[in-house]
Design a protein. Structure first.
Ligand SMILES: NC(=O)c1ccc[n+]([C@@H]2O[C@H](COP(=O)([O-])OP(=O)(O)OC[C@H]3O[C@@H](n4cnc5c(N)ncnc54)[C@H](O)[C@@H]3O)[C@@H](O)[C@H]2O)c1
Length: 246
């Protein structure tokens, strides 16, 4: 119960890593807000959180839309009074090489990952500053660090999240707000399991553990970063890759 009575908001918590994070936070004692574009999966996660005995709210929200984010945050604060933990996890990929990436795909990927993360941080930060307490955890990717072929917009947006994390960590440190970034490797989620088998095999062969990660293995690390055990960590890049990125 490391997060007892804390109020957490997790974006993209309808499935995959985000859902695992939301449930882990509830198991650790937090009330959890599910900020998820897909109404049905968001409500399903909300129900599973409530079944664990915690309070939950779910919002069918597009994090790239500032107005929707502001409305959600105002409603959450009206109900929960504060937001102690923010996890920016929502995202999707539109694979494409340098020459073939379309402007609309570039903008969509930047919208969800970079603008979405910025929107949520900017909307929530004033409440954390007021309390002089807060934990912000952003989801990047090892591809944000090393680049990736035919992943131009995704890897660039994820690299932007590394820069955003560090700048926000520098600005908010004086208020005792921790801002860190998690870089997952290959984690088996509903979306990633659709990747061609030959690519999955290639990554697994390069991973010392010889297997993909589980969403819960990322969630455990995020829960640690959200807890007071990580009180002197900020601006840190934490890789959860099974050694793939060594
Ligand atoms: N799975 C991996 O191997 C892996 C590796 C590196 C990084 N990541 C990152 O981790 C995060 C989660 O990955 P995942 O595999 O669980 O993804 P996923 O596709 O399984 O789930 C993402 C969730 O985000 C929601 N979402 C998408 N756009 C949204 C928006 N605009 N507003 C609100 N919700 C939105 C989706 O509806 C979905 O429920 C993503 O940021 C992803 O880039 C994943």
């Amino acid at each position: 119960m490391r997060l007892k009575n804390k109020k957490a908001m997790v974006t993209g918590a309808g499935q995959g890593i985000g859902k695992a994070i939301a449930l882990k936070m509830a198991q650790e004692g937090a009330d959890v807000v599910v900020a998820e574009r897909n109404r049905e999966t968001g409500i399903q996660t909300q129900k599973e959180i409530e079944a664990l005995g915690r309070r939950s709210l779910s919002f069918a929200v597009d994090v790239a839309d500032r107005h929707q984010v502001d409305q959600m945050v105002a409603e959450v604060v009206a109900t929960f009074e504060q937001i102690d933990i923010l996890v920016n996890n929502a995202g999707f990929d539109r694979p494409g090489s340098l020459l073939k990436t379309k402007e609309e795909d570039w903008n969509a990927v930047f919208g969800v990952h970079l603008t979405g993360t910025f929107n949520c941080i900017q909307a929530v930060a004033p409440y954390m500053i007021e309390k002089r307490y807060g934990k912000i955890i952003n989801l990047s990717s090892v591809w944000g660090k090393r680049g990736a072929v035919s992943e131009i917009s995704y890897s660039t947006a994820k690299a932007g999240i590394l820069g955003l994390t560090k700048s926000v960590a520098r600005e908010l440190g004086r208020y005792e707000i921790n801002v860190n970034v998690v870089l997952p490797g290959f984690i088996l989620t509903p979306t990633v399991s659709q990747m061609a088998e030959k690519y999955q095999r290639l990554i697994i062969e390069q991973t010392p553990f010889r297997r993909p990660g589980k969403p819960e293995e990322v969630a455990n690390v995020v829960a640690f970063l959200a807890s007071d055990e990580a009180s002197f960590m900020t601006g840190a890049e934490v890789e959860v890759t099974g050694g793939w990125n060594m």
